[in-house]
Structures are given as structure tokens and as C-alpha cells.
Design a binder for this molecule. Structure first.
Ligand code: G3I
Length: 330
């Protein structure tokens, strides 16, 4: 019966099918995860602030639990994320006297973090989002203003890739970003990765986060982004996919269930996306959803805290939606 068909099984000749998980969902969504996904990503547990809240303190419990869940159940694990402007503690950039630490100090801290974290999960994490969201969304400015950029300079990105490669020469190293199909931002990401390659930095892939909605981006924009990134000779993954029921300017907060029209459009969109992904299966090595079912999604907290959203292939009871059927029947 189609409802029982495993998503991962349906795409086993194409690419990995992943889900973001957290300490709660590896319990509450256990059966669903085991049946439908063959790759996992920790939603927050492997971020800098979660693992390394103070210079001499590492807190690995939650991340270890997710790594053990992946290992015990034969799931691949993506590591997310080593260097990001967000969810990184202030101590990394402080000189301890109320000022900014200097370049060498911040680089040494970055290296210590990467050595320890990548080293710990060597053999379990097969792929790291080494740097996340380092370019600006719009405007002339290229790299996002951040404490990493401010204290280290532009080469913080290349350095992060070098440190990660030293810590685990077998890991696949990705640059990961959102709004990745927007033509302006797409070119900034392209330029960044090209410049990393020219500097000889070990980069193997680009992660297209895939936080999309019923309208944006267009299929043409997605295709153009895939083609452009693939021209760099790197692997691609969709790393954080969801299809929000709300367009960027949709302010509604009163819906307690998705409308039939929303569900219909979402089915159509998911079908189009996966058809497109299949066309690029030679370069696309994984499609990860940012969650497993609509009972838990970060979009219930963003951009409007408390507004329910239904962006995934399984509903709030973890039952298959029409979008799931559309995708597995391709
Ligand atoms: O840890 C605190 C907890 O102590 C507190 O009780 C609770 C109260 O709200 O907040 C907890 O922190 C939250 C954290 O998730 C852990 O649950 C933060 O408020 C919340 O902002 C944070 O959101 C995460 C977000 O990244 C932060 O930027 C989302 O769960 C996570 O899904 C989201 O993931 C990002 C990717 O890493 C990168 N790409 C975009 C994607 C979506 O924003």
C-alpha cells in the first residue's frame, strides 16, 4: 500500500532523504523517522552555543544522543553547523576585558572548536555544514556583517573549511545558505564558493536550505540555482526543506487547519520540486526536510510565534498528506 511506502525507499536510487530532528522528536517521531528517512540532521544540538557554551566547557549530551540514534538505526548524519553568525556564544569574540578579541585568538578558538567537534563525530557525521549563511540577502555588500567577519576578516570562511578538513579528511564539507534561489543572492553564493575553490579551500558541496512556500521561489529560479551551483563542480543537497503555507506577505494568523486550496497547491509544489530534483540526481546527493511531520516545525515560531503552519509531508498526527502521496508516486 502506498501509504506505507518509505520515502527513503522511493528515492533510494536518487538521493538520501533526511529530516531535522531534536532531542524531543527522536522520541515523539521515532517510528516515522525510522520508516521514512535515511539521513538525519540535528536541528540545534550541534550548533556552537549548544556544544561549547564557554571556552573550557563542552556539552555533548544532546548531540551524542542524536548521533547514537543515527548510528543505532543505520541513518546517515549531517553535521549542522560549525561557523554561523547566529547561535554562537559571545565569549568566542571577547577579549575578556570588555573588548573584541584579536584575529589570532578568534581563529585559534574556531580551530579548537572545529577540531573537537568534528573529531568527536568523525565516522558518524559524513557531511558538515561548515559555514552557514555568510552572504548578505540583498544590496551591494557581499559578506554578511558578523563577529566572525569583523574579528577575523573575509578569510574566516576559507579557514573554517581548512580546519574541518584537517579534523576529518573524509567528511564532505558544505557551504549552506537560504534564499539561495534569489538571483542576486545566488550570484553572491556562487562567487563565494568560486573564490574558496580558487584559494584551494577544501569545499565539496553547497547546501540549498529550501525554505520555500506555495509561491516562492519559482521552479525556474530553483532550476537556475541548481544549474549555476552545479557548474562549480560541487555536489548539492537540499538541506532544510519545507513548503510554508504562507507567502512572505501573508499575515493571516487565524487558521487552525490548512485550507483545501493550500493543501492542493502544496501537493502540486512538492510534486514539481521532486520531479526537478530527480532530473538532477547526479549532482544532488540528499534532500533533507527541516522536520519530519507537521506536529513540530520551526515555522510555528517564525515569522509569527504561535501561528500554526503545515509545511511537511506528514500531518500533525504523523500521517501521510496528499503531498507525500504525490512525491512517492512520481
Ligand atoms: O534553548 C532555549 C530554551 O532554553 C528556551 O526555553 C526556549 C524558549 O523559547 O528557547 C530555546 O532556544 C530556542 C532554540 O531554537 C532551541 O529550541 C530559540 O529561542 C529559537 O530561536 C531557536 O530557533 C532555532 C533557529 O534555527 C535559531 O536561529 C530553530 O529551532 C531552528 O529550527 C532554526 O534552524 C535554522 C538553521 O539552523 C539554519 N537555517 C535556518 C533554520 C531556520 O531558522
Amino acid at each position: 500500500m502506498i501509504a506505507n511506502e518509505s520515502l527513503a525507499e522511493a528515492f533510494k536510487d536518487d538521493f538520501l532523504i533526511g529530516a531535522a530532528v531534536n532531542s524531543r522528536t527522536i522520541v515523539s517521531q521515532r517510528d516515522l523517522l525510522l520508516q521514512h528517512y535515511n539521513s538525519l540532521t540535528a536541528e540545534n544540538e550541534m550548533k556552537f552555543e549548544s556544544l561549547h557554551p564557554a571556552e573550557e566547557t563542552y556539552t555533548f549530551e544532546a548531540a551524542d544522543e542524536i548521533a547514537a540514534f543515527a548510528r543505532q538505526n543505520g541513518k546517515q548524519l549531517r553535521g549542522h553547523t560549525l561557523v554561523w553568525h547566529n547561535q554562537t556564544p559571545d565569549w568566542v569574540f571577547d577579549d575578556g576585558h570588555g573588548g573584541s578579541a584579536d584575529r589570532n585568538t578568534v581563529l585559534a578558538r574556531m580551530k579548537a572548536h572545529i577540531d573537537t567537534v568534528v573529531g568527536r563525530y568523525k565516522g558518524t557525521v559524513y557531511c558538515w555544514d561548515v559555514v552557514n549563511e555568510a552572504v548578505t540577502d540583498s544590496g551591494e555588500e557581499w559578506l554578511r556583517p558578523s563577529k566572525w567577519l569583523h574579528t577575523v576578516g573575509e578569510d574566516f570562511i576559507a579557514q573554517a573549511f581548512r580546519f574541518a578538513h584537517e579534523a576529518d579528511p573524509d567528511a564532505q564539507l558544505f557551504y549552506n545558505d537560504y534564499n539561495e534561489c534569489n538571483p542576486g543572492k545566488r550570484e553572491k553564493i556562487y562567487r563565494l564558493v568560486k573564490s574558496l575553490q580558487e584559494q584551494g579551500a577544501p569545499i565539496h558541496g553547497i547546501g540549498l536550505q529550501g525554505h520555500w512556500n506555495l509561491i516562492d521561489p519559482s521552479l525556474d529560479e530553483i532550476r537556475a540555482a541548481i544549474e549555476r551551483y552545479a557548474s562549480l563542480g560541487v555536489k548539492l543537497q537540499i538541506t532544510e526543506m519545507d513548503v510554508s503555507m504562507f507567502a512572505f506577505d501573508d499575515q493571516r494568523t487565524d487558521l487552525t487547519a490548512p485550507t483545501d486550496e493550500m493543501l492542493r497547491l502544496q501537493e502540486q509544489r512538492y510534486g514539481q520540486f521532486f520531479r526537478l530534483f530527480r532530473d538532477y540526481k547526479d549532482v544532488l546527493t540528499g534532500v533533507t526536510f527541516w522536520g519530519a511531520a507537521d506536529d513540530y516545525t520551526w515555522l510555528d515560531y517564525f515569522p509569527v510565534r504561535g501561528r500554526k503552519n503545515w509545511p511537511l509531508l506528514f500531518d500533525t498526527n504523523q500521517q501521510p498528506k496528499g503531498a507525500y502521496r504525490e512525491v512517492v508516486s512520481l
